[in-house]
Design a binder for this molecule. Structure first.
Ligand code: ATP
Ligand code: GLA
Ligand code: MG
Length: 515
C-alpha cells in the first residue's frame, strides 16, 4: 500500500477551509521565496492514542487514531543547490538555513544548536539512509530545498506534532530526491527512528499512526510479527448519536527532549532493565530488541511462556491467548518482586539483582542515554506494561464484538479509566493537572478519560457523545481552564480543548489542488 497523492481537498472534512489554509501557506512561501514555484505539498497528521501508552517500545500493540490536525509542507526542490531554507507560518519558528554536505555524506545534528530545524535534519538523515539503501550513489549530495511549513498540531501537547513534522518532512525530502512512490510500511519503518537522532528513544506508535491513519477509523498498531497499522471501525451509537473524542490539553508543556532523562528515556531504561531482571529470575536469555539493546517485556513474555510454562508460541493474533498471558504476567509481578523491590532499586541493588558489578551495569544500561533517578521503579513499570497491553487487547475485543453503542461507551470508557490509574500510579506519567482534568471530565459526561501519549503533562483524551459534549466542555472551561489560567484567551482555549475526528494519514498533495 503506497502513500497516496491527493489532487484535491476531498480528503479533508472541510475541503474549502483546508484549501484556504494551503493558499495562506502558499502566500507565506511566495513572500519568502518570490521567484520559485511550489512543486508539491506533503502533509502528515498528529495522533491521539486511545489505549496503550509506554508499551510501544516494549513491542506491544497500541490503539491510536490519526487526527484532523496536521503539518503541511510546501516544497520547492532545486537540484542545482545545496541550500536548505525553512520558514514557518508560526512566528515562534524563525527562519532556518543551512547547507547540505557537498560530498554526499549524511548530515549530522549539533546537539548544542537544537531548534525546530533539528527535526528536519532528522528527516534528512532517515530519507538519505533510505536512498542509500535503495542504491543511491553515496558521493551524490541530496538536492537543495526551500520549504514553508504550517502546523495545526499543538506542540509539546502529547499529540505528536514532532512525528507529524518528521513524517511530512521525510516524504518531502524523498520526493525531492526522486522517490515518487513509497509504501506506508517503508515510510513508517524509516521515520520511526527519526527522533532517535536527537536522543529521543520513542517506539513506533506516533509515526505508524501518522502514516496509516484512515478517515473515521482507529488503528491497531502492531510491531509483531511486523510493523503494521490495521484500520478498525467504531460501533454506531443508537438514534444517530455521535461518538466524540475530546482532547484537553493541560497546557503543562512537556518538551520531550528536555525532560527525557527523568521522564521518557528513563521509562525506556527502566523497562529494559525490568525485562532483563525478569529473564534473569528464570535464567532466560532474551533477544536484544529494545532501544538500549536490552530485552523487552514482550520478548520476556514470549520466552517465558514458551520456555518456562511450555506453551506454544503466541502468533500475536489470538486475542484470547494474548489476554490470558498478559493477565497472568500482571498478577505474577506481585509475586515476583519482593516488598523491598516494590519500593524501587538503587543502582547497586539493580546491579546485584542482575549479577553485575555497578560498572558493568552502568556500562550496559546507563550509557546509551542520560538518565537521572533516585530509585528504578522496575516492578511498577513492568506491571504497567503488562496490564496496559492487556487493556489494548480488551479494547480490540470490544471493537470487534460489541454492537450496542451504549455498552461500548461504558465498557471502553471503563478501560480508559483503568489505564489512567495505571499511568498515574504505576508508570508515573500522569501529572496533578491531568488528574484534575480526569475528575472534572468524569463528573461531567465523559465515559472515560486518560492521558494520551507520553504524558508528564500534555493532553488527555475523553470519550463521550455529541449530546453530552456541551456540558463536558463547559465544565472543563469553568473548572479547569478559567481557574488554572485566568487570563487564557478564546483562541488559546479553542486550541486547548478540541473535538477531534479520526483522519487520513500522510500524503502528498498536488500543487494544482491549491490553484
Ligand atoms: P508528544 O511527543 O508528547 O506527542 P509533541 O510531538 O507535540 O508531543 P515534542 O516531541 O516535544 O512534542 O515535539 C515538539 C517539537 O516539534 C517542537 O518544539 C518543534 O521543534 C517541532 N515541531 C512540531 N510542530 C512543528 C511545526 N508546526 N513547525 C515547526 N516545528 C514543529
Ligand atoms: C511518545 C512516543 C511514543 C510512545 C508514547 C507513549 O509519544 O513518541 O513512541 O512511546 O510517547 O505511549
Ligand atoms: Mg513528539
Amino acid at each position: 500500500m503506497s502513500v497516496p497523492t491527493f489532487t484535491n481537498f476531498d480528503f479533508s472534512p472541510a475541503p474549502e477551509q483546508t484549501k484556504q489554509r494551503y493558499q495562506h501557506l502558499a502566500a507565506k512561501f511566495h513572500a519568502e521565496f518570490p521567484n520559485e514555484a511550489i512543486q508539491y505539498y506533503t502533509r502528515a497528521p498528529g495522533r491521539v492514542n486511545l489505549m496503550g501508552d509506554h508499551i510501544d517500545y516494549n513491542l506491544f500493540s497500541c490503539l491510536p487514531m490519526a487526527i484532523d490536525f496536521d503539518l503541511v509542507a510546501a516544497v520547492h526542490a532545486n537540484p542545482e543547490s545545496l541550500e536548505i531554507a525553512l520558514v514557518n507560518t508560526d512566528p515562534k519558528f524563525t527562519k532556518q538555513q543551512f547547507t547540505l554536505p557537498e560530498d554526499g555524506s549524511v548530515i549530522t545534528i549539533d546537539d548544542n544548536n537544537f531548534n525546530w530545524s533539528s527535526y528536519f535534519r532528522c528527516a534528512l538523515i532517515v530519507a538519505h539512509k533510505y536512498l542509500l539503501e535503495k542504491g543511491r550513489d553515496a558521493s551524490k549530495p541530496l538536492v537543495g530545498m526551500h520549504v514553508a511549513f504550517d502546523g495545526t498540531v499543538p506542540t509539546g501537547g502529547g499529540l505528536s506534532s514532532s512525528a507529524a513534522f518528521c513524517v511530512a518532512s521525510t516524504l518531502a525530502i524523498l520526493k525531492a530526491n526522486g522517490v515518487d512512490s513509497i509504501s506506508k510500511a517503508d515510510l513508517t519503518r524509516i521515520t520511526v527512528v527519526s527522533e532517535h537522532y536527537i536522543g529521543l528513544n520513542n517506539g513506533g506508535l506516533d509515526q505508524c499512526s501518522s502514516v496509516y491513519g484512515e478517515d473515521g477509523m482507529c488503528l491497531l498498531v502492531q510491531f509483531r510479527p511486523k510493523l503494521n497499522g490495521i484500520p478498525l471501525k467504531f460501533p454506531t451509537l443508537p438514534d444517530g448519536e455521535e461518538l466524540k473524542f475530546i482532547i484537553s490539553n493541560t497546557l503543562v508543556e512537556s518538551p520531550k527532549k528536555l525532560t527525557a532523562p527523568v521522564n521518557y528515556n528513563l521509562r525506556v531504561v527502566e523497562m529494559g532493565i525490568a525485562s532483563d531482571l525478569l529473564a534473569k529470575k528464570f535464567n532466560l536469555s532474551l533477544p536484544s530488541e529494545s532501544n538500549i539493546n536490552s530485552g523487552t517485556l514482550r520478548g520476556f513474555m514470549e520466552t517465558y511462556f514458551v520456555e518456562v510454562e511450555k506453551q506454544s508460541p503466541w502468533d500475536g493474533q489470538d486475542n484470547v491467548k494474548g489476554m490470558k498471558w498478559l493477565q497472568e504476567l500482571t498478577d505474577k509481578c506481585d509475586e515476583w518482586f519482593t516488598t523491598e523491590e516494590k519500593v524501587g532499586f538503587t543502582t547497586e541493588e539493580a546491579a546485584a539483582a542482575l549479577g553485575l558489578s555497578v560498572e558493568e551495569f552502568t556500562q550496559k544500561y546507563l550509557t546509551k542515554m542520560e538518565v537521572r533517578y533516585d530509585k528504578l521503579k522496575l516492578y511498577q513499570r513492568a506491571k504497567h506494561v503488562f496490564s496496559e497491553s492487556y487493556r489494548v487487547l480488551q479494547c480490540l475485543h470490544l471493537l470487534q464484538t460489541i454492537e450496542n453503542g451504549d455498552d461500548f461507551l461504558r465498557e471502553f470508557g471503563g478501560v480508559m479509566n483503568a489505564s489512567q490509574q495505571s499511568l498515574d500510579q504505576l508508570n508515573g506519567s500522569s501529572h496533578p493537572n491531568c488528574n484534575r482534568i480526569c475528575e472534572i471530565a468524569l463528573a461531567n459526561g465523559a465515559y472515560g478519560t486518560r492521558v494520551t501519549g507520553a504524558g508528564f503533562g500534555g493532553s488527555l483524551v475523553s470519550i463521550t457523545t455529541a449530546k453530552k459534549l456541551p456540558n463536558l466542555v463547559n465544565a472543563l472551561v469553568a473548572e479547569y481552564y478559567k481557574k488554572e489560567y485566568p487570563n487564557i484567551t478564546d483562541d488559546e482555549l479553542a486550541n486547548a480543548l478540541v473535538d477531534t475526528k479520526p483522519a487520513w494519514g500522510a500524503s502528498v498533495v498536488a500543487a494544482a489542488a491549491v490553484e
